[in-house]
Design a protein around this ligand. Structure first.
Ligand code: AGP
Length: 594
């Protein structure tokens, strides 16, 4: 997803902007560029990585500037489509993240008024609109231009020799970071952590005027006040810390994440009361929502809630819910999103609130759009997740779900005590998995030659099969699919054979026997077979080509150890295939468009 940055201060803007952009690379991009002003705007951009841009670009003098990493939506990745974009006279320069829905209409109108466009992007209409409305005041021109725009945006504008940056947002994240006689603007906090940890999050509709000495806000034509937050992520937390890839570092951080998330978070407050009430009188419905990996956490949450609360629970993809989903006002919705900026989830929350539902958000980013929209927010303690593939944020989401449901559980005190004990030991169980990385990497070597891999699981490990497949496909480009094991015979059997390995997640719960049946069926159809089995369970040994042993835990908690095993498997397959693990092609960390 596009990333934007801005700097205004007393230092040279160019190296600062390039550094900030390099910390936004994790969002995924295909081209990049910067513009610097010393009164006149100078632009350099190309369809290259930030490091390449840095090598080739000339030195631009100037202490204010803007930068952009582009994730193509309108027009191919190319120099001309890269940002910043300018007006006809090159007096104004704009970087944009988002999508302008009515850009074609605006472009036609502006063209008929004499404006010349050079790119295929929707974003280019913004500088032309500003040019059209500029009458000596950049902020006013931006405000007027934005009134014409339908869609989503986070923008930074500079130009006309004014010593200010104008920033604005609607449905796309944007943060202002405060320094000493200098200020920064960025799509995301990791971009600016080298310089400051004091941030202000823009609200939807905000227009901020940023100078070296201060920031002022307007919203809906009126002055607005925004409060400052302190970011408690260290620079080190946001960097690789000696690992070859962010993904591997983030996988290895999971024992710490579990401890922090459980240790930090104590159930209290109204939403827990809502859940408690639901579990007592059963009059409300619980709806869990998310996208991608966060949707898989929602699915696991559904199984946890059904077992602990004894209630029927729905888990839905936010992107589907937005068009076809129905919820009654008495529904309690639990929305999961690592970034807190996923457009589909934001839309779902708005839709749920419109019908009067209470919405709880579980997110990793304090101050994110979702956290500001939900009735109640629980912040996971994963720390910054840079790799596009979600790993530690997923585990942190699971920890919150376990705690949340346990705090309202309708189970015997003995069972409750057992579950608390399981959770207390979860970090060391994950460490056990990490200790077996060499064995998992060896298995990965065997699987790396295949181009199709299937994952099967049942019950609470069905979402784990989906997550294993998602992880593998997104970082290794291997075609991977997850199935509920019982569904194999309803179609996927047709695909099995020597070239189609199957990874089966076997758990010692009520599904154990039927899973063994599925494993036999797979074996009979000739697919290479790898089984994840609990310590001491040798029931599939004679059938499997390989077994990976995972620590024995209560089956309810088995998604934790199984997922970490599959994360490592996916990582090592991708590494062996020489894939760019952290920044897979065509993907973005934070999906801020619908
Ligand atoms: C996970 O590995 C993916 N990159 C992706 O599916 C992600 O989980 C999804 O885009 C949702 O993101 P969110 O948790 O920030 O809402």
């Amino acid at each position: 997803m596009c990333g934007i940055v801005g700097y205004i201060g007393e230092r040279q803007a160019q190296p600062i902007l390039l550094n900030c952009l390099s910390h936004l690379e994790y969002r995924g991009y295909d081209s990049c560029g910067i513009a610097v002003s010393d009164g006149a705007v100078k632009v350099y951009k190309d369809a290259v990585r930030v490091a390449e841009l840095k090598k080739t670009m000339p030195d631009f003098d100037g202490s204010l500037g803007i930068g952009h990493t582009r994730w193509a939506t309108h027009g191919e990745p190319s120099r001309v489509n890269a940002h910043p974009h300018g007006d006809c006279q090159n007096e104004v320069s704009v970087v944009h993240n988002g999508i302008i829905n009515n850009f074609l209409k605006l472009k036609q109108q502006l063209t008929s008024e004499g404006h010349t466009f050079v790119s295929e992007t929707d974003s280019e209409v913004i500088p032309h609109l500003i040019e059209k409305y500029y009458a000596g005041d950049l902020e006013k021109a931006v405000e007027r231009a934005l009134a014409d725009i339908e869609g989503s945006y986070a923008i930074i504008v500079m130009g006309y020799g004014e010593n200010t940056l104008i920033a604005a947002r609607k449905d796309s994240p944007l943060v202002i970071a405060l320094g000493d006689r200098e200020n920064y603007i960025a799509s995301d906090v990791p971009a600016v952590l080298d310089y400051t940890s004091r941030v202000i999050y823009l609200e939807d509709g905000d227009i901020a005027t940023v100078t070296a000495g201060g920031v002022s806000f307007r919203n809906g034509g009126k002055t607005a006040k925004r409060s400052e937050h302190k970011v408690d992520w260290s620079v080190e937390e946001a960097r690789k810390g000696g690992y070859e890839h962010y993904m591997l570092k983030e996988i290895h951080e999971q024992p710490r994440v579990i401890r922090d998330t459980l240790g930090d978070w104590l159930p209290n407050g109204e939403p827990f009361e809502d859940l408690k009430k639901m579990s007592e009188d059963g009059t409300r419905t619980l709806l869990m929502l998310g996208c991608g990996t966060s949707y898989h956490a929602a699915l696991v949450g559904k199984y946890i809630a059904q077992e602990m609360l004894g209630l029927p629970v729905r888990a839905e993809l936010a992107s589907e819910f937005n068009y076809h989903g129905r919820a009654l006002p008495e529904t309690l919705a639990v929305t999961l999103t690592q970034s807190g900026e996923t457009a589909d989830v934001l839309m779902a929350i708005k839709r749920l609130k419109d019908v009067g539902c209470r919405v709880m958000a579980i997110t990793n980013v304090n101050g994110s759009s979702v956290s500001r929209l939900a009735d109640h927010t629980i912040i996971t303690r994963a720390g910054p997740e840079i790799s596009v593939a979600a790993t530690k944020s997923f585990l942190a989401q699971l920890m919150v779900l376990y705690w949340l449901m346990m705090s309202c559980a309708r189970v015997e005190p003995k069972r409750q005590a057992e579950m608390v004990l399981q959770l207390r030991h979860m970090a060391s169980r994950v460490t056990q998995v990490l200790d077996s990385e060499a064995e998992i990497a060896e298995r990965a070597g065997y699987l790396a030659k295949y181009n199709d891999v299937f994952f099967i699981g049942r019950g609470i490990n069905y979402p784990v099969a989906l997550e294993g497949a998602l992880k593998l496909k997104e970082i290794s480009y291997v075609h991977a699919e997850g199935f509920a094991a019982g569904e194999l015979k309803h179609g996927p059997f047709a695909l099995l054979g020597r070239e189609k390995p199957v990874i089966a997640v076997l758990t010692q719960d009520a599904t154990h026997q039927t899973m063994l049946t599925s494993i036999r069926e797979v074996k009979a159809r000739g697919s290479p077979l790898m089984v994840l089995a609990s310590e001491g369970d040798d029931s599939a040994d004679s059938l499997a080509d390989f077994t990976i042993t995972v620590p024995r835990v209560d089956p309810l908690f088995s998604p934790v150890v199984n997922t970490v095993t599959l994360q490592l498997l996916a990582y090592h397959i991708a590494r062996k295939r020489g894939c760019p693990v952290d920044f897979p092609k065509n993907l973005a960390k934070s999906v801020t468009v619908e």
